[in-house]
Every structure is written in structure tokens, then in C-alpha cells.
Design a protein around this ligand. Structure first.
Ligand code: HEM
Length: 494
């Protein structure tokens, strides 16, 4: 009897091992993936990668395994790329192979492969071409994008003046103004700063960005197969994004009600025109799902990335008042104290340009990059990545590469200046990523950062409530994005 019991347990064990092995084999799509730390079946490399500070863990692993290695996010293999040379070889030299969008389990359920930022293949190509054309053409109309930014910067300055130098928390001051720039492109108009719905939207953007960067979201990225069925924060993030989508649906309805194809007013109208033109094509990508998700992609990315960079930049300039003073000096010399800053000033302001570059480098807003996937079977550096293999292009590894930046961990604007004080480019400066999927809003973002920083510093100095040396610049969360720490500041009128 005892023997029979032992035999049953033995059989059950064998069967379990077999099931685990089959499941494991299924997730490993074959190929010759780069080496990496040994995973535990199903659990993957959780012990080495962890849920908190995953970027730092991956950087540590790259010291042992080199610039290309494989980790297992739960059962899913992901190839990690580190360092500028490796990123360039993959994203630029083999750009087509690496151009797919990889899994972001914590938000994939909301988007399901729709929308320019989350799509792959033909769908992505069509939406990207279309979005870029509209963004480029938009400024050609009655008012250029530059004028819109200048006007919004003016509204921001008015709000800052109202604070009369009292301490404030700057998050929503900055996101309201930045969001209005992209709003005027996608919705054709700006929001009033006191608009309650607008304020709610901005809170939702901010919260989604923070939630995506918390440890639970990294846990979800590893074990979404199980976690999607459990209660918890994942439902909260899912609902936040669904609410944002509902807002876009309402906006589309408003546009449809007053739609005149002869006079398109905004991104939504241009998309509606395309939908009309292609209504008899059953395979068209100009459908409602892509309209809603692409508009949300632009609205979200166009708000949170720039406003977080401004918020981080202002903190850095508070910590380094000598740098702030030198930027102000250059503004005084080139622009003076009354004229509104414009993009024509940029080439005459190498120090300010260097500071903005250094802010983008230090902020390192998406250190792990946004995941990619190989779109076909791909040979890379002697390895073989089967179609569908996920890839993390660690943008931060280039931005902090000692080979390219003398003091990688220090705020040092001279990284972008030559001996004569002229602006100096650096090929490893890739905060917007590189290659085919490079940030679609890069030129808009650069314009915004220049006009906002110069406008704010022209009118205000930044005062901290603690001595500069005590300012802590470590992010409050750093999973998907580096979220600036919470701080208070006084904007003192000059
Ligand atoms: C400081 C500002 C910004 C930074 C640092 C930034 C950075 C990035 C990065 C790293 C990516 C991922 C690229 C990749 O997949 O390899 C990206 C994608 C994207 N960004 Fe930005 N971004 C910024 C501002 C903006 C703005 C203002 C917009 C608004 C138009 C925008 C729209 C997008 C979109 C739509 C994508 C997806 C592109 C695609 O998948 O083809 N971004 N951005």
C-alpha cells in the first residue's frame, strides 16, 4: 500500500515536471538567444531583476553578461540591449528587424495593438506616416506651433506671477501649459486652466505614468498571465486608461457633429477625413479604434514626457544655482528681459542648449526604453532572435555611458560644450530613442523645452525650501519612467 502511494506521488511529480517542461519550451520559441542569468521555470529571472529599480538591476547584469543578454520576465524571454553601439546596430542598422512594439503587459489590455505607439507592422507604418504628416503640416496653418508654445508659456508665466513667490508644488502648473500645446493640435483648442475636466485628465495622466513605474507594474510585466485575473492596482490602471479613452470618444463625437471635410480643424478631423476616404476598404487602418488610441497616444505622450522633463529640469537648476545663473546671463545677453524667446535664439545660446541637453540626459525619462519586438527572424551579433522576441533597448545605458560622457552620473552641461564654449553634439545622446521608432514628437518636444525653459528663467529665479546641497534628485518611482521626486519651489519674479 505504502509502495503504491509512493509510486502515485512519483508519477504525479513526473507529470508536473513534464507539463512545466512543455510550457517552458513553448515560451522559448527556439533560436539562439544571447546568454543571461539562469531562470527559474515560470518565475524567470525575478531573483536577479526584481520589481523595484529594474533598470539598475539590468545595468548590473550587463556588467557580467555584456551588452546583449537575455532575461526572463516570468516565462517570457526578453533580449536586453546596452550601450550606444549596440543600440545603434539594432535600432538603426537593422532598423526594420527591430521596429515592432514589444509587450507592455500593464497597458496592453487597454490598447490591444491599436494606436501609433502600440502598433506594429503595416498598421504602425500607416499610423506613423499619417501622424507625422499632420504634426508637421499643422504648424503651417494660420499659426505656427512655435506661436502656440509662446502663447502657452505666456499663460504659464501669468499663473506663476499669481503665486507671488510663495512655495508651490509645480506638477500641474507645468502639465496644464504643456498639455494645451498638444491639445490645440489634436483637439483644435486649448483648455482653460480652471476647467475641472481638464484638471481631472491631467491627474489621470500623472497617476497612470506613476502607476506604470511602480514595482507592482514590473511584477505585472512578469506575471500578467496570472495577475490579470487577480484584484489589485492593475484594475485601477486599466480603468484610468479606459476613462481617458472615453474622454477621447466624447471629443470625437463633438467633432463628428460639426464636421466639415473642407475645413479640418485638428488631428481628429484629418483622421475623420481619412476614414471617409477609405470607408469602402475593409482592411483600412483608418478606423475608430485607431483614431481613439492614436489620439490618446499623442495627447498622453505629448503631455507627460515634456512636463516631467521640465519638472526635473527645474529641480536640477535649483540644485545647481550657478548653472541657473549662467543660463539667465545668456538669456539677458541674447534675448533681453522683454522680448518673448523664439527658436531663432536657439543657435545663439550654446550654454542654454547644453543645459537642456544635460537635463534630458540626466532625467533619462524612460531608462529601459519602450519595449520593441523583432518583426522577423533576426540574426544579431551571432545570435538568432526568432520573430516575436521582445527587446528592451536600454536608452539610459547610452545616456550614462562613460565612453561618451565624462561624468556620466553628474549634472555637467560641459558634456555638450567644446573648449570654446560652442555647442557640441554627442552621438550617444538618444533620450528620444533612435531609428525607425524614434519619438514621433521629438521636434515638438525640443521646441517646447527651449521656449519654456528660457521663458521661465527670463522672468523668474527658482528658490528651494532647503539648501541646494540637500536637494534629493532621485526619482520617486523608476519602473517604466523616471518620475521626478515630489518637491516645492518658490518662483521669485526677477
Ligand atoms: C521630453 C520629451 C520626450 C521624450 C524624452 C520622449 C521619448 C520617447 C521615447 C524614448 C519613445 C520610444 C521610442 C522607441 O520606441 O524606441 C517615444 C515614443 C513616442 N513619443 Fe515621445 N518623447 C517626448 C515627447 C513627446 C511628445 C511631445 C510627443 C507628442 C507628439 C511624443 C509622442 C510620442 C509617440 C507617439 C511615440 C511612439 C512612436 C512610435 O511608436 O512610433 N513624445 N518618445
Amino acid at each position: 500500500m505504502e509502495l503504491q502511494g509512493a509510486f502515485t506521488i512519483f508519477l504525479a511529480l513526473c507529470l508536473s515536471c513534464l507539463i512545466i517542461l512543455i510550457a517552458w519550451k513553448r515560451t522559448n520559441k527556439g533560436g539562439k538567444l544571447p546568454p543571461g542569468p539562469t531562470p527559474i521555470p515560470f518565475l524567470g529571472n525575478v531573483l536577479q531583476v526584481g520589481f523595484d529599480e529594474t533598470y539598475q538591476s539590468l545595468m548590473k547584469l550587463s556588467k557580467k553578461y555584456g551588452s546583449v543578454f537575455t532575461i526572463y520576465m516570468g516565462p517570457r524571454p526578453v533580449v536586453v540591449l546596452c550601450g550606444y553601439d549596440t543600440l545603434k546596430e539594432a535600432l538603426v542598422d537593422q532598423g526594420d528587424d527591430f521596429s515592432g512594439r514589444g509587450e507592455i503587459p500593464s497597458i496592453d489590455r487597454n490598447f490591444q495593438g491599436y494606436g501609433v505607439a502600440m502598433a506594429s507592422g503595416e498598421r504602425w507604418k500607416i499610423l506613423r506616416r499619417f501622424s507625422l504628416t499632420i504634426l508637421r503640416d499643422f504648424g503651417m496653418g494660420k499659426r505656427s506651433i512655435e506661436e502656440r508654445i509662446q502663447e502657452e508659456a505666456g499663460f504659464l508665466l501669468q499663473e506663476l506671477r499669481k503665486t507671488k513667490g510663495a512655495p508651490i508644488e509645480p506638477t500641474f502648473f507645468l502639465s496644464r501649459t504643456v498639455s494645451n500645446v498638444i491639445s490645440s493640435i489634436v483637439f483644435g483648442s486649448r483648455f482653460d486652466y480652471e476647467d475641472k475636466q481638464f484638471q481631472a485628465l491631467l491627474r489621470m495622466f500623472n497617476e497612470s505614468f506613476i502607476e506604470m513605474s511602480r514595482p507592482w507594474a514590473q511584477l505585472y510585466d512578469m506575471y500578467s498571465g496570472i495577475m490579470q485575473y487577480l484584484p489589485g492596482k492593475q484594475k485601477y490602471l486599466y480603468n484610468l486608461i479606459e476613462e481617458l479613452k472615453d474622454f477621447i470618444v466624447q471629443k470625437v463625437k463633438i467633432n463628428e457633429a460639426s464636421f466639415d471635410p473642407q475645413n479640418p480643424r485638428d488631428f481628429i478631423d484629418y483622421f475623420l477625413i481619412k476614414m471617409q476616404q477609405e470607408k469602402n476598404n475593409p482592411n483600412t487602418e483608418f478606423n475608430t479604434q485607431n483614431l481613439i488610441t492614436t489620439t490618446l497616444n499623442l495627447f498622453f505622450a505629448g503631455t507627460e514626457s515634456v512636463s516631467s522633463t521640465l519638472r526635473y529640469g527645474i529641480l536640477l537648476l535649483m540644485k545647481y544655482p550657478d548653472v541657473q545663473a549662467k543660463v539667465y546671463e545668456e538669456i539677458s545677453q541674447v534675448i533681453g528681459s522683454h522680448r518673448v524667446p523664439s527658436m531663432n535664439d536657439q543657435s545663439k545660446m550654446p550654454y542654454t542648449e547644453a543645459v537642456i541637453h544635460e537635463i534630458l540626459r540626466m532625467t533619462n525619462i524612460v531608462p529601459k526604453g519602450v519595449p520593441h519586438v523583432v518583426t522577423r527572424d533576426t540574426h544579431f551579433r551571432g545570435y538568432f532572435l526568432p520573430k516575436g522576441t521582445d527587446v528592451y533597448p536600454l536608452i539610459g545605458s547610452a545616456l550614462q555611458e562613460a565612453k561618451h560622457f565624462r561624468y556620466p552620473d553628474t549634472f555637467y552641461p560641459q558634456h555638450f560644450l567644446d573648449e570654446q564654449g560652442r555647442f557640441k553634439k554627442n552621438e550617444a545622446f538618444i533620450p528620444f530613442s533612435s531609428g525607425k521608432r524614434i519619438c514621433l514628437g521629438e521636434s515638438l518636444a525640443r521646441m517646447e523645452l527651449f521656449i519654456y525653459f528660457t521663458s521661465i528663467i527670463q522672468s523668474f529665479s527658482f528658490c528651494s525650501l532647503v539648501p541646494p546641497a540637500e536637494i534629493d534628485i532621485s526619482p520617486q518611482a523608476s519602473g517604466f519612467a523616471n518620475i521626478p521626486p515630489f518637491y516645492k519651489i518658490c518662483f521669485v519674479a526677477r
